[in-house]
Design a protein around this ligand. Sequence first.
Ligand SMILES: [Zn+2]
Length: 457
Amino acid sequence: MNDTSLCLRNIGYLVTCNDKQEILRDIDLNVSDGLIKSIGGSREDGIEEIDASDWIVFPGLINTHHHFFQAFIRNQPQFAWPNDVLTWISRIYPLFSKLTEPCFYHTALICMAELIKYGCTTAFDHQYCFPKHAGTRLVDRQIEAARLLGMRFVAGRGANTLPASAGGNVPEQMIESTKTFLNDVERLVSLYHSNKLGAMEQIVVAPCQPVNCWPETFIESLGLARDKAIQLHTHLGEGESSVMAQRYGKRTVDWMELQGLYGSDIWVAHAWELDAREITHLGELEIGVSHCPAPIFLVGEEITDLPTMMASDMRIGLGVDGCASNDNSNLAECIRNAYLLQCLVASQRGHRAPDPSDYLSLATRGGAALLGREDIGDLSVGKCADLFAIRKDRLDMVGALEAPQAIPAKLGLSGPTALTMIDGRIVWRDGEFPGLDESKLAFEARVELSRVLDFRG
Ligand SMILES: [Zn+2]
């Protein structure tokens, strides 16, 4: 925990996302030991002050689905989406299986740096790519990157265990045994995981998806999750249900129930292909959903029915998803895209017009609920000092301040933040990562990329 104290003085608008959804005006926020010590109240002498009178301050965003390792294929015409999943996988997986240990460090830096620039303060990553030649310290290297940037990091240790001979579609080079996988999760938990207030590092057990793992992998993963008090994450409802029905006689949601895979310590990515009964059932199973709007534009055949999910009080957060299906790591952009997608279908589905402020809540409070955390997701006394600020004295903000909580969905946050704070520490301000040379980090990442593909970026 960071032991510095500082005060954001006279914040223009403080969008708290607290239980009352309060918007506070012209107010101080004091930070100490990585936590919010006070909001308003008497002023303290002798601590660092930052004039925040021209700022709108929001809770830090929480990303609930990503695959950092995919950053190497961004915007490369040879890996562009070909309108067909199998062709696409046949192009991108051979590259993924060539990645080396340093690639996982540099891709983590690339993605987390962008997340921070656009207001994200807690990053979850679903790392399921473990090429045999790359060794076992791949998540460790991601944690190293998170520490360098000061990111609050929840590392999903994933795996694919089902070989092609048994129906999987992942190259042999990336297949692991359930035992190898879970032994490594245990190792990571013992080295890094904490459930304490303000934990900067957590581990999640994250088998990649039901179609590419043995059922035992999931059952044993849940056993480990319960034993270690960690969360379980996977992909669900992204087009695999018909394959599951052929293989097991059950679509994925019902298969999860059959295996005993349910509870409030599980969240899944996507869920766009679920019908109304399956959505209700997923809610009954207490399984949360990370909604990733970007891949809906790219490959989704359905727009996820968020209003029905929200109406059933499911836990819902937002995710950028990996760079194979979303070239950037801008979670603020996902807030706007998620909102606009629902506007597109609201009338034809008989839903009321979406409330833009709900979509900021998904990326803050919703994300915290998915990760099982009560110490992040809103700006209240005693919670983590994770926040970001944008300037309100800009031409593009004129006339937009009546409902600051709706700005991320309605206007979009069209540029890097003025400041991003994590654990009470300023990790990004005025276009720079304090104490870090971004150009040097980018150069080093480029050198590494050039080693695994003919890279000219
Ligand atoms: Zn994914």
